[in-house]
Ligand binder design. Structure first.
Ligand SMILES: *Cc1c(COP(=O)(O)O)cnc(C)c1O
Length: 336
């Protein structure tokens, strides 16, 4: 299968499978899993935080972070397009009694500081207490500029807010900017990382923050039923994702640009190459193309796409240059 639907579809490599099979394990709820402990300690240090928590998914990592930063009746500021507002089932409101205050994202994925400032509620019992600004990087494949992150830190300090990064794909941002991950993480009180997207682990996300914050997330993780037992089996693959697979993300970015160029050669498809910053591209597909039929016919040939307007295509560990050529050839035939 050549699967362009998401970078979550990657399969664990044989090195991961091997590491999983020989991992030392224990009961992580007791704090007894040496592989989880090692991953958490290593990850905290690597990203410039005091402490880390390994958990099951990016959604859980974000929810734990929101619940650790905010109490019942507090609110968080975020983008209208933020994953932790729009795509996580309203978890912070449902399970944390935390009110989201979304603000329209600008075209480049940033949120305007004037609009954010206007949304901060006065200290008055009529209002929810504004506690947190949550950013996302990358957001829909776009990279937030480092200067914007520095300004966000100043803004948060000025308004006495905590600053969280949904960094599901933060390593893609670091690769696109060609900077060490700490150039990004240094600005934040907390950060999450998905290990099961472009980094290729089968399962798992990290929450990073100071010690007191991570202890709160550990408590909420248990409350939410997310305490795992011999999770070292997963942490072993996660460690390889972080040590071996971060450097190759620029290959995915190059492949996404290549894919965009190829699609632009095809009648009925257009991609703005300028907007292809990482491993994700959005193609405008003309009405004359029957997307349902196209998706079905390509699926029969082992090529998976998600239809849509625009159509999102994602490159990853399991997509090579040759796979892209195979896809483009099949696409040309299908359209003809
Ligand atoms: C995928 C994603 C998440 C959630 O991760 P899951 O592991 O799918 O729960 C959170 N934030 C962003 C930006 C994502 O892309």
């Amino acid at each position: 299968m050549i699967d362009f639907r998401s970078d979550t579809v990657t399969r664990p490599t044989s090195a991961m499978r091997h590491a999983m099979s020989v991992a030392d394990v224990g009961d992580d709820v007791y704090g007894d899993d040496p592989t989880v402990n090692e991953l958490e300690q290593w990850a905290a240090k690597r990203h410039g935080f005091e402490s880390a928590l390994f958990c099951s998914s990016g959604t859980q990592a974000n929810l734990l972070s929101l619940m650790a930063h905010c109490e019942r009746g507090d609110e968080y500021l975020c983008g209208q397009q933020a994953h932790n507002y729009k795509f996580e089932g309203g978890g912070a409101a449902v399970l944390g009694s935390i009110q989201p205050q979304p603000i329209e994202n600008e075209k480049d994925g940033t949120i305007c500081f004037n609009k954010l400032a206007a949304a901060i509620k006065p200290d008055d019992f009529h209002f929810a207490r504004t506690r947190l600004l949550s950013l996302e990087n990358t957001i829909n494949g776009k990279v937030l500029p480092l200067a914007y992150l520095a300004k966000a830190r100043e803004f948060a300090d000025k308004h006495d807010l905590k600053l969280h990064l949904d960094g599901a794909r933060v390593y893609n941002a670091a690769a696109a900017l060609d900077v060490d991950i700490t150039e990004i993480s240094q600005h934040f009180d907390s950060m999450t990382i998905c290990l099961s997207k472009g980094l290729g682990a089968p399962i798992g996300s990290l929450v990073l923050g100071d010690k007191a914050f991570i202890e709160k997330t550990r408590r909420w993780r248990k409350v939410l039923g997310g305490g795992m037992r011999q999770a070292g089996i997963l942490a072993a693959a996660a460690k390889i994702a972080l040590t071996e697979h971060t450097k190759r993300l620029s290959d995915d970015h190059d492949n996404a640009k290549y894919l965009a160029e190829q699609l632009n050669q095809i009648d009925g498809f257009s991609v703005n190459i300028q907007h292809v910053e990482t491993n994700m591209l959005f193609a405008k597909v003309e009405e004359k193309i029957n997307q349902d039929q196209l998706v079905k016919s390509l699926k029969e040939q082992g090529i998976l796409l998600t239809g849509g307007q625009p159509m999102r295509l994602v490159t990853h560990l399991d997509i090579t240059r040759q796979d892209i050529d195979t896809f483009i050839k099949a696409l040309k035939l299908a359209i003809a």
